[in-house]
Design a protein around this ligand. Structure first.
Ligand SMILES: [Fe+2]
Length: 228
């Protein structure tokens, strides 16, 4: 990846809490995008028993061992390796490990608590790939630029898994001036949004069509283990 693009990602993460890489920004072809599109072509909404809080959509969660061991998930491994390349090239981003990758398919029937503006209780760096063209009508993801500064200041930049229950209420009690600045991120298939989950965000609402996203979560290991 070219140096100037990495510099922009670094700066935007620092200033806004997120950065967007458009398909035209990246000279390398995303080999995994086409595989994700084929994989998700015939997906239908199905409420899984494991995800009782997720209605009207279809969600798959994979861990690193699934991705490495299963041939059918090779595109997830390629996506992870590409993300790790970016992470390893950025300032202060070394030490982040893959926690999980989610595949989400949403329709206008989808109801999920992530549709309400919030910050994540456990700070996570997420790489979100649009698998289809996504705009405001079919579920563009929303972020409030710079809002990570408020969360970092008020609740701390780093919070461990064992502390996370404390933030059940506060993580959804967001000041109006931050909510007023929420902006939908529209983009073509292949758009990659890198964001820190201290930046206030919400899942987009689908009014028509569908929304297909692959989302990889990276965390510093000690957030999970040292305080547990
Ligand atoms: Fe979230």
């Amino acid at each position: 990846m070219i140096e100037s693009l990495l510099q922009r990602i670094n700066l935007e993460l620092f200033l806004y809490g997120f950065s967007i890489i458009r398909p035209s920004d990246n000279n390398f072809e995303n080999l995994y995008l086409n595989d994700f599109q084929i994989e998700m072509r015939y997906l239908k909404a199905s409420n899984s028993e494991e995800n009782t809080t997720y209605h009207g959509g279809n969600i798959l969660k994979l861990k690193l061992k699934d991705i490495i061991n299963e041939r059918k998930f090779k595109q997830y491994n390629q996506f992870n390796l590409s993300n790790k390349n970016i992470l390893n090239s950025m300032n202060n981003m070394r030490g982040y490990k893959l926690d999980s990758i989610f595949r989400t398919f949403d329709t206008k029937e989808t109801v999920h608590k992530a549709q309400q503006s919030h910050f994540d209780r456990i700070p996570t760096l997420k790489f979100m790939l649009y698998v289809n063209d996504i705009n405001q009508s079919n579920g563009a993801f929303c972020l409030s630029p710079g809002s990570h500064n408020w969360v970092n200041y008020k609740y701390g930049k780093i919070r461990s898994l064992s502390q996370s229950n404390k933030y059940k209420e506060t993580s959804r009690n967001i000041p109006k001036c931050i909510i007023d600045k929420m902006e939908p991120i529209e983009g073509k298939a292949g758009t990659l949004i890198i964001f820190h989950t201290n930046c206030v965000h919400n899942q987009g609402i689908v009014h028509e069509g569908s929304c297909k996203i692959i989302r990889a979560h990276y965390r510093k290991r000690f957030l999970k283990f040292n305080f547990a």
